[in-house]
Design a protein around this ligand. Structure first.
Ligand code: ACO
Length: 433
C-alpha cells in the first residue's frame, strides 16, 4: 500500500506519519522524523512497541510460536539435521551454502581454530575462578588486538574471513576457559573433527585418554547451538546493533553482546533455571513453593526459564529442547529417570495450570530445558551462558552486518524525558547544610 499514513492528533495539530508494513504483516508507524519536525518524542522505556530496524534475518510470530531463520521454520532444522556451520552461513549470507561455499567456509574455520599463543598469557593473569562470561567477553575484545586488519571491513570476503575466525575461535576460547577452571592442561583443536566434536574434544580429552564423542551428544550440542543462533532484536542483538551504529568494529560489538547476554533476565537465565532445579532437588524448596514465590509481588524471585517479551505462546525452541531431553536421556540409560528433568516437568505442569501464568501468557522459554541437555553433555552450570554465546555468535555477526551495511545508517541515540531539577545555582562548600 503506497503512501499509507497514520495521523497523530496533538495540541490541535494533525501530523501525518508514514506506515511501514513488513513481508509477514508487521505494521509500524514511522516516527523517525517526528522530533526534528515537531519537537515531540514517543515514550517506550523498554522498547516493547518500538521497531529499531528493518531486518531480513529472523522472523518471530510470538502469538503463534513461530520462529524462522531467513524464512526457514526452526522445526526444519530438526528434521533436516543441518550442521551448525551451515546455519551460521545461512544467517551471515542469507542463503544455505552450496557445496563449494560449504567447503570454503569450513576450511576457513579449520584454518582459524588456533588462538595466538599470546592469548594464553591474557588468560594467565585472570583468576581461575573468574566468571566465564567475563573471561569470554574480555577475550573476544582482545581478539581485536590480534586481528587488526579486520577492524575496518569493506568487502564481503573479509567479512566471511573474520566471521569464520570469530566463530571458530570462540569455541577454542570457551574450552580454554573451562580447562583453566579445572586446572587441566589445554587441548589444542583437532582439525579432523567437526565443529561440535572438536569442541567436546577440547573440553574433555585428557593427555592419554582421547574423549570418545558419542553421536547422540554431538547431535544434541549441534541442535542446542542451532536453536540459539539468532532471535531478532533481543537484548544482546540490540546491544550489538547499538554498538555497531557508532561504527565500532565487529570484535567490540560482539564483546558487548556477550555482556548483555550475561544477565539473568536474558541468557543468564539458563544458569538460574539449573540452580532452581538443583535447589529443589537438594530439598531446600518444592516446585509448589517456587510457583508461590514467583507469583509474590514482594519477592524478586521469578520462575526462570518462563516468560518472554515476544512469545505469548510456547517458545518453539523450548518445545524442541523438551523433546530432545526425552530422547537424549532415554539413550543414556543411567539417566533415564533424571530427577531434575522430572522436577522441570512438574514445574511446567504446575505453571501451565496456574491462572497467574495463564493470564499473563507465560510459557517455558529456550532456557528452561537447555541446561538439562548441556548438563547431560558434561558441561558445568557456570559454562551454560558461554554455550549460549557460542550459539548466538553467528546471529550477532549477521545483525552487526545488517546495521553496518545500512546506507545512511545513523548512530542509535535515544532521547529521554528529563524529570530532574529545574535550573539551580551551584552552592560553594561553606554555604552547604
Ligand atoms: N515469573 C513470574 N512472573 C513473571 C515471569 C516469570 N518468569 N515473567 C513475567 N512475569 C510477570 C511479570 O511480573 C508481569 O506481571 P504483572 O503484569 O503482574 O506486573 C507480567 O508477567 C509481564 O511480564 P514483564 O516483566 O512485563 O515481561 P517482559 O517482557 O518485560 O520480560 C522476561 C520478559 C524478562 C523474559 C520475563 O518473562 C522474565 O523475567 N522471565 C524470567 C527470566 C528468563 O527466563 N529470561 C530468559 C528469557 S529468553 C532469553 O532471553 C534467551
Amino acid at each position: 500500500m503506497a503512501d499509507e499514513k497514520a495521523i497523530l492528533t496533538f495540541e490541535g495539530k494533525q501530523i501525518e506519519l508514514p506506515v511501514i508494513r513488513g513481508t509477514e504483516g508487521d505494521v509500524a508507524v514511522d516516527i523517525s522524523r517526528l522530533y526534528n519536525e515537531n519537537k515531540i518524542m514517543t515514550y517506550d522505556p523498554s522498547l516493547a512497541s518500538t521497531a529499531v530496524c528493518k531486518s531480513t534475518i529472523t522472523y518471530i510470530d510470538g502469538d503463534k510460536g513461530i520462529l524462522r531463520y531467513r524464512g526457514i521454520p526452526i522445526e526444519q532444522f530438526v528434521t533436516e539435521r543441518p550442521n551448525f556451520i551451515e546455519v551460521a552461513h545461512l544467517l551471515l549470507t542469507g542463503h544455505l551454502p552450496n557445496k563449494e561455499e560449504g567447503v570454503s567456509f569450513r576450511q576457513r574455520l579449520t584454518d582459524n581454530e588456533l588462538l595466538h599463543e599470546n592469548i594464553r598469557y591474557h588468560f594467565r593473569n585472570m583468576p581461575t575462578a573468574a566468571p566465564p562470561m567475563a573471561q569470554l567477553s574480555a577475550s573476544l575484545n582482545n581478539l581485536a588486538c590480534f586481528h587488526r586488519e579486520f577492524l575496518v571491513l569493506d568487502n564481503d570476503d573479509d567479512f566471511m574471513e573474520v566471521s569464520a575466525r570469530l566463530i571458530s575461535k570462540i569455541r577454542t576460547i570457551a574450552a580454554f576457559i573451562y580447562r583453566r577452571s579445572q586446572g587441566l592442561p589445554y587441548n589444542y583443536p583437532n582439525p579432523n573433527l567437526r565443529y561440535c566434536a572438536n569442541f567436546l574434544h577440547m573440553m574433555f580429552s585428557l593427555p592419554f585418554a582421547q574423549y570418545e564423542v558419542s553421536q547422540e551428544i554431538e547431535d544434541a550440542l549441534n541442535l542446542v547451538l542451532i536453536l540459539h543462533a539468532d532471535h531478532e532484536q533481543n537484548c544482546s542483538a540490540a546491544t550489538v546493533r547499538t554498538v555497531a551504529s557508532s561504527r565500532a568494529n565487529l570484535f567490540a560489538s560482539c564483546a558487548a553482546g556477550i555482556c548483555a547476554l550475561w544477565g539473568p533476565l536474558h541468557g543468564g537465565a539458563n544458569v538460574e533455571v539449573m540452580e532452581m532445579l538443583d535447589g529443589i532437588y537438594r530439598g531446600g524448596l518444592t516446585p509448589e513453593e517456587c510457583i508461590r514465590m514467583a507469583k509474590d509481588r514482594e519477592n524478586r524471585f521469578r520462575l526462570f526459564g518462563f516468560g518472554h517479551r515476544v512469545y505469548k505462546n510456547y517458545d518453539p525452541r523450548a518445545k524442541i529442547l523438551r523433546a530432545a531431553c526425552d530422547k537424549v536421556f532415554e539413550k543414556m540409560k543411567n539417566r533415564q529417570n533424571d530427577p531434575e528433568l522430572n522436577i522441570a516437568r512438574r514445574l511446567e505442569e504446575l505453571a501451565l495450570a496456574d491462572p497467574y501464568f495463564i493470564e499473563r501468557k507465560l510459557y517455558p522459554n529456550v532456557d528452561f530445558y537447555s541446561g538439562l541437555l548441556l548438563r547431560a553433555m558434561g558441561i558445568p552450570t557456570n559454562m551454560f551462558t558461554v554455550m549460549f554465546a557460542m550459539g548466538r555468535l553467528p546471529g550477532w555477526i549477521a545483525q552487526w552486518k545488517e546495521q553496518h551495511d545500512l546506507s545512511g545508517g545513523r548512530i542509535i541515540r535515544p532521547r529521554q524525558v528529563y524529570m530532574g531539577p529545574n535550573e539551580t545555582d551551584y552552592v560553594p562548600f561553606e554555604g552547604r547544610d
